[in-house]
Design a protein around this ligand. Structure first.
Ligand code: GLY
Length: 352
């Protein structure tokens, strides 16, 4: 997989101009959803390098991350005369960059694309690393391709349009990057004041966070080994997310944060993760993310979701990424039903 260029913008207009100048494209297309068309596009539409671009706007949110929307994007590219030399710029959160990336990867067997992520979650995760795709048959990201953007332009100025919940959702993935990298970075993250956000400091942390992801993706672009480190918190997190969907949906990062509480406890039990760091991390999560409500009557359903996680390699064997220490990654770990029920007990007790 070719390496993508990730730029933490100091001067977005100039960085974008330079990124576009590297392509000899015949036509430029801008993909937004209704939200980013309204909130983000006006901030950049005046730029000389974007004049003449064709705008494609799709519905927002995960419910639109489907084949129908993808076909609409293909159709617009086709009817507006896109060729193999055309360029697509995805302006939005993870839904826009995932779907837009897949549209670009498949249109005429692949055209180049640039990601301009506008949410914290997409800046530190979705827009970086080349995973693209759509949901299919009610399964998340079931159809997709590894297809990196040529450039990812990260401008933390867009974060000012985000509400606190969406900042926290993205921040959970940053916390994950801290846990899988080193104690100094993790420590900065768990002491960051989320109630009075210092955006300049946040931008520096975002840059460090993206670097953690880039380094891992560079070692293992197709997730055959170490890229599974990025799944920390996601086995339980996805189960929480699917469970919540039946009652009141929660943002992805919240589910991942709660999933990390459980998986760090499992790390403490099985791979010797230090107790003090477990408690410091879960204190931060409890203070900022609250908790997901469930009772022991729900354990079976939660366990069922974990058993059907697509990260599992053998039927019924649940795959976890655990830690021996901050930065000491142990991929391909498993846990028994008894251990999983124990970690749900721990979560209920400590987060209650
Ligand atoms: N979101 C995890 C990954 O990109 O591998």
């Amino acid at each position: 997989m070719s390496k993508q260029e990730v730029i933490i913008c100091q001067n977005f207009a100039e960085d974008l101009r330079q990124a576009l100048a590297k392509h000899s494209y015949d036509k430029l297309f801008i993909l937004t959803d209704d939200h980013t068309y309204r909130l983000c596009w006006p901030a950049i539409s005046h730029l000389p390098c974007l004049q003449g671009a064709v705008s494609i706007c799709i519905g927002p949110g995960d419910i639109h991350k489907n084949l129908e929307t993808l076909a609409y994007v293909w159709n617009r590219l086709s009817t507006e005369g896109a060729t193999r030399r055309s360029l697509l710029l995805n302006l939005g959160g993870g839904m826009v960059t995932d779907l837009g990336g897949f549209a670009a990867a498949t249109f005429k067997r692949g055209i180049s694309y640039i990601n301009v992520p506008t949410t914290l979650l997409s800046m530190v995760d979705a827009a970086v690393g080349g995973k693209t795709g759509i949901n299919f048959n009610e399964l998340k990201n079931e159809i997709g391709a590894f297809a990196p953007a040529s450039t990812v332009l990260i401008d933390c100025g867009f974060l000012k349009t985000l509400d606190t919940e969406n900042i926290l959702s993205g921040y959970a993935e940053m916390l994950k990057h801290g846990l899988i990298s080193n104690t100094a970075h993790w420590s900065e993250l768990v002491t960051f004041d989320m109630e009075h956000i210092d955006y300049d400091r946040l931008q520096q942390l975002v840059a460090q966070s993206v670097k953690v992801k880039e380094d891992i993706v560079e070692q293992d672009p197709y997730e055959r080994g170490i890229r599974k480190a990025l799944n920390l918190g996601h086995t339980v997190g996805h189960a929480f997310e699917s469970f919540a969907l039946q009652k009141r949906p929660v943002l992805h990062g919240y589910a991942v944060a709660w999933g990390m509480v459980c998986e760090l406890y499992l790390s403490f039990l099985k791979t010797g993760f230090p107790k003090d760091k477990l408690h410091q991390t879960l204190r931060f999560i409890k203070d900022n993310y609250g908790r997901l409500d469930f009772t022991c009557d729900d354990y079976e359903a939660l366990y069922g979701f974990m058993k059907h996680d697509k990260k599992n390699m053998a039927s019924g064997v649940i795959n976890f990424t655990l830690l021996g220490e901050v930065g000491d990654i142990r991929i391909n770990q498993t846990a028994s039903q008894e251990e999983i029920y124990e970690l749900l007990d721990f979560y209920s007790e400590i987060m209650g």
